[in-house]
Design a protein around this ligand. Structure first.
Ligand SMILES: C[S@@+](CC[C@H](N)C(=O)[O-])C[C@H]1O[C@@H](n2cnc3c(N)ncnc32)[C@H](O)[C@@H]1O
Length: 262
């Protein structure tokens, strides 16, 4: 547990990402961590990114490829939790087409300004960026087919609330396809209170068993958590050795909201 309040965590994270968005120059590659970090990496995506300008790809701050994980179909309504400069929203928009719709939610105004500037540059009308917290989504209940997210839920001070909200806004049968930093084992309280490390997408990451527990409590079914570097091994029911140091990794997380028939 961190002894920081949720508001303090939000402010620390917002300060970091506002600074990144403000300082960003389109011919550079932004990073969320000073040392290159465990999360940020080149070549995250299977997709061809040449359709997107540097102002989008250079502000990519994810840790995986939720677009490939989501297997999006034309016409779907997609929600991106923590949309940043918009890269996953624009990739999703290409896949769902003009009969689909994509909403990105982010709490950092400077990121939303970047995302909206990118939207204008690309001329896409079926993408919308909304200001808000992922723990209290500005999105109607039962209105979304697929939720994506890329390296954001680890930054939340209340992951249980994030999954409750995700469940609320998904339509029955809807699915979650998330790339995020998680751990096997837990960070110490001292590590959790390091807000620099938290904003680096490190010490806010939670143990797989806790993440799966919050997802189950929210109502999700068919929960899967896999290390993106060892995708054949299912970790959703794995339990860390008590007292073992936290092993941090980028995970592929999927789940669904049961349909009306079950
Ligand atoms: C590491 S960046 C990832 C951005 C984007 N998903 C990508 O792949 O480039 C995290 C983003 O999540 C946003 N964020 C972090 N915590 C949030 C929260 N609790 N509610 C809404 N947005 C949040 C930040 O403002 C930032 O834009």
């Amino acid at each position: 547990m961190s002894t920081q309040t949720p508001t303090q965590v939000h402010e620390a994270v917002k300060t970091r990402y506002a600074a990144i968005a403000t300082a960003f120059e389109p011919d550079t590659q932004a990073t969320c961590c000073d040392d290159g970090g465990a999360c940020c990496a080149d070549d995250l995506y299977a997709a061809d990114l040449t359709t997107l300008p540097d102002s989008v790809t250079g502000l990519s701050l994810g840790c995986g490829d939720p677009i490939t994980l989501a297997e999006l179909q034309p016409g779907q309504r997609v929600l991106d939790l923590g949309s940043g400069g918009g890269i996953d929203c624009f990739l999703a928009a290409e896949r769902v087409g003009e009969h689909g719709y994509v909403i990105g939610v982010d709490m950092t105004e400077a990121m939303l300004e970047r995302a909206n500037a990118n939207k204008a540059r690309l001329g896409v009308n079926h993408v919308e960026f909304r200001h808000g917290h992922i723990e209290a989504l500005p999105v109607d209940a039962d209105s979304i087919d697929v939720i994506i997210s890329n390296c954001v839920i680890n930054l939340s001070p209340d992951k249980a609330a994030v999954f409750k909200e995700a469940y609320r806004v998904l339509t029955p049968g809807g699915k979650v396809a998330v790339s995020d930093m998680v751990t096997q084992g837990k960070f110490t309280e001292q590590q959790r209170n390091d807000m620099g490390s938290w904003a680096d997408c490190v010490s806010g990451a939670e143990d797989v068993a806790d993440m799966v527990g919050w997802m189950r409590d929210a109502g999700f079914a068919d929960i899967s958590v896999r290390d993106k570097h060892a995708p054949d091994i299912e970790l959703a029911d794995s339990i860390a050795l008590p007292g073992a140091p936290a092993r941090l990794f980028s995970a592929r997380i999927t789940a669904c909201k049961p349909g009306l028939s079950g």
